[in-house]
Design a protein around this ligand. Sequence first.
Ligand SMILES: *Cc1c(COP(=O)(O)O)cnc(C)c1O
Length: 481
Amino acid sequence: MNITLSNGKTIPVEMHRARIVQKITLPPVARRLQAIEEGGYNTFLLRNRDVFLDMLTDSGTNAMSDNQLAAMMVADDAYAGSESFYKLAAAVKDVLGFDYTMPVHQGRAAEHLLAKVFVKPGDVVPMNYHFTTTKAHFELAGATVLEIYGPETLNTQSTELFKGNIDLRRFADAIKKYGADKIPFVRMEATTNLVGGQPFSLRNLHQVKELAAQHHIPLVFDGSLISENAYFIKQREEGYADKSISEIIREMASLADIYYCSGRKSTSVRGGMIATNSKDYYDRLRVWLVVYEGFPTYGGMSIKEVDAMAVGLREMTDFSVAGSAPEFIQYFVGRLLENGVPVVTPAGGLACHVDAARFLAHLPQSQYQAGALAAAIYIASGVRSMERGTISMDRDAQGNEVYADLELARLALPRRVFTLSQIEYAVDRLTWLYQHRHLVKGLRFVEEPPVLRFFFGRLEALDNWGAELAKAFESDFGPHC
Ligand SMILES: *Cc1c(COP(=O)(O)O)cnc(C)c1O
């Protein structure tokens, strides 16, 4: 919860006690240099033991609550008909309002099933913005992803509060251009991940739904980060300040024909699901659910996680839970702005996004600014961030580089995991790095997988800049920091 201090400053205060903790270590800079070289300058390939603050992702890394852990202890392990499933289905009904719930092993499995059932070669899938796994699944099914965001979405220095909105005129144009029969559904992603965790407004969601319904186009809602989006609606959208997170979530979900999510985000577990009120959709999806995931009462998830997800769904409607990551991110972004470090504004959900295109403006995009920045942040701090830029795009069919709209180094803040002093540490080292940014040069692939190359690709530092950066760091802070 944000608390205003007597000096007028606002700080986020943790609304929980840390009863179980995990020890971490800060490897010295020489080891960090060695580790990033062993990992091919790809932060995905670092071993966690070499990481001080793991801000790679919020996926599956939120701190679970005592009630979630307790629920796991009483899970009903059964292949079919588990009570745990019925608890999940009841939570989905209460929190989101859907009659049919299908657990899947994680969010991308839901995308796989949706692609399998609804997407045909030649189709066009409009959405506010793609997510990596979404794009991969829909394109593998032969469709084209069409991003129809508004004019401010890609502006990293914006004051627009709802950069996750769909541009209605572009949506109408797409329907006219391709025809509704080529559009299997329109997809709205809550707290739009790849453009900086930016929310959409409920007003926009209502308008998208209305236009889609006029053309009999179903609305597919990616609710992986729905509670953060609901928090932003409460904070930012006119008419919602007095509504509860629960009411806002309910209103959002009521507009979805099909809802799916990665349970690894807002619900703080490892799993995912699809939910709907349409018996027809349910029947069509269920056929493939058993083929690819598992029996519909566990869907490839551990039953323990099914129980924890039921609790997590209810807990994400708590204001202090929904706001815990956004408030820390707002603080993090605000402190970096004070120090002149280029970050994405407004602060979003899930992560603090550093704008690598401005941070490393001396590098061309072909040298992977975001990847170079993520590696440099690790060398300078032991903080692991994620590249969200051109490395996260795959080459086109002709082998040409596809440049990302944005070059971002994403510092995720999983819920309830980090403390304010750890954020201050990251702010300090990022500021130091910004002052020494001229030492950071580009990267070049030495091993490049064809699909989702950001996971396993190995790169090298041009002109061995990693060693230069480590040397400058050591001369300022000594060998043990
Ligand atoms: C994480 C995420 C996914 C994919 O979910 P996984 O559980 O990682 O497979 C899909 N959409 C959004 C918005 C996400 O954040």
